[in-house]
Ligand binder design. Structure first.
Ligand SMILES: [Fe+2]
Length: 387
């Protein structure tokens, strides 16, 4: 994140002796991406971050694709998928994936006994239901329904869900997650035409310092393999940090939609970019205000793109038969557009209350075998008149 932030106690200069009450040194720890050229932060901890008593295989999450990958429109009623177990990490149900991005659904029911770190991927959690606190090496960050919770790779953290139902869409990204390039100036600041600004972003705000010693497990994901890394102290022992690398939250409800006299294309809804995909937010807004405008989108061929929509409520102007939690995949190779009647119905309508997250990938997606259990097999017929 191109915003400088700091919490806790810091020495006046980098890389100088910073002493604890007993005269011993705090341990300085640089964490950042792109090999010293990307965003980074400096942390100071009570104990050595390098102390590892053991590393043992914990579990693997093979990305198994469905056997039949023939070309067709897809609709997964993802919230109907059985999700046994309530771990925010272990009990994710894989839905779609390619080499750039993987989408999973999870329903955490409580805090895990272990901490978690993804070594190879940034994670964005879209909080469809619920709220709680993200505990991390960078402090505590409250999250709530509608948040995108962005957790850059390598950060040790744990979700502490609050009461009530929790449903999270997990977006795991090979490349680092950032705001769209066209909305930033050369200094990284968000520009006036951006649909959100730094004031909308929420950063860690409190830094509890844990001083416990003993066995603490950090589940560390490296691709499909999760390892149990056993440390001899509580991993959240940061006394201070500063920099640009940390977890942050941004609410979909803080997107200020860009509207026009005529239909605006999907890129106006873009919220994040990764490598090989983008994330967009469709939010309640006024429709196009030309007197003869057609608010529903025109048919289009999404050449070189697979389009995924995750419906965060049960309204969407161009689609019928969807529900909260529906996840549609319109693959490259088939034109798509409004279902019969939806274009005509949209004329003269002044506003929409739709809420959806779109993930457009530039490489084809695979449907996970486990997701077939919640598929609406008749979705492709919904464009046929009178179907
Ligand atoms: Fe589309």
């Amino acid at each position: 994140m191109p915003i400088y932030h700091k919490l806790g106690r810091l020495p006046a200069k980098r890389h100088v002796a910073f002493r604890q009450a007993d005269g011993s040194l705090y341990y300085e720890h640089l964490m950042g991406n792109l090999g010293f050229t990307g965003l980074q932060s400096l942390l100071y901890t009570r104990r050595r971050p390098t102390t590892v008593k053991s590393v043992t295989p914990a579990w693997t999450t093979p990305r198994e694709a469905e056997p039949d990958s023939s070309l067709r429109m897809r609709h997964l009623r993802s919230h109907r998928l059985a999700t046994p177990g309530g771990s925010a990490v272990r009990d994710r149900q894989l839905l779609l994936f390619n080499d750039d991005v993987a989408l999973s659904l999870v329903r955490p029911t409580g805090a895990d006994a272990f901490f978690y770190r993804n070594a190879r991927a940034d994670e964005v959690l879209y909080i469809a239901c619920g709220g709680g606190v993200l505990e991390s090496q960078f402090g505590s960050l409250a999250y709530r329904e509608g948040d995108y919770l962005v957790i850059p790779r390598a950060i040790i953290h744990r979700l502490v869900p609050g009461a009530g139902e929790q449903i999270h869409l997990v977006i795991e990204s090979r490349g680092h997650i950032r705001t769209p390039h066209r909305y930033r100036n050369a200094h990284g600041q968000l520009l006036e035409h951006s649909p959100f600004c730094e004031r909308d972003l929420r950063l860690p705000s409190e830094l509890p310092v844990h001083d416990e010693v003993g066995d603490f497990t950090v589940i560390t994901r490296v691709g499909e393999a999760c390892h149990a890394v056993l440390m001899d102290h509580h991993p959240l022992d940061t006394v201070g940090w500063d920099g640009y690398y940390y977890p942050w939250a941004f609410s979909i409800h803080d997107v200020e939609p860009i509207v026009g006299r005529l239909h605006q294309p999907p890129p106006v809804h873009q919220t994040f970019e990764g490598d090989g995909f983008v994330i967009c937010s469709f939010v309640p807004r006024l429709y196009d205000f030309h007197p003869e405008a057609v608010p529903a989108p025109y048919n289009h061929s999404n050449v070189m793109t697979d389009e995924v929509l995750y419906y965060c409520n049960d309204e969407f102007m161009s689609r019928r038969g969807i529900e909260f939690g529906s996840l549609t995949l319109h693959p490259d190779g088939l034109p798509h557009g409004p279902q019969p009647g939806r274009t005509e119905d949209s004329i003269g309508v002044e506003r929409t209350n739709e809420l959806a997250v779109m993930i457009d990938t530039f490489a084809p997606l695979r449907v996970a075998r486990a997701a077939l259990a919640c598929e609406d097999g008749g979705y492709g017929d919904s464009w046929v008149e009178d179907a």
